[in-house]
Design a protein around this ligand. Structure first.
Ligand SMILES: [Zn+2]
Length: 84
């Protein structure tokens, strides 16, 4: 392998790594923006990000402490009112 090929390979690997980091950071930041939970057929709260069902404990935590809670499956921030 020539020096140029080695360099190209290193650059490609760096670029792929950076893209992955970028996607991960983007996903992590998007989860920080609170979203309203969705309701499924059983009228139970569902995470808008991963579709996981949100436990009663999570809802109770919100009722007791107010504010934002987080999906226990993916960490998506959840808001429980329509206030912006
Ligand atoms: Zn989730």
């Amino acid at each position: 392998m020539t020096n140029k090929e080695t360099l190209t390979r290193i650059m490609n690997q760096m670029f792929v790594g950076m893209l992955e980091d970028y996607e991960n950071i983007k996903k992590a930041l998007e989860k920080q923006i609170p979203k309203n939970p969705l309701e499924n057929e059983q009228m139970w709260a569902v995470c808008p990000n991963c579709g996981g069902s949100i436990s009663k404990d999570n809802v109770q935590e919100h009722i007791i402490n107010g504010g934002t809670t987080f999906c226990e499956h993916c960490g998506q921030a959840l808001k429980w009112s329509d206030e912006e």
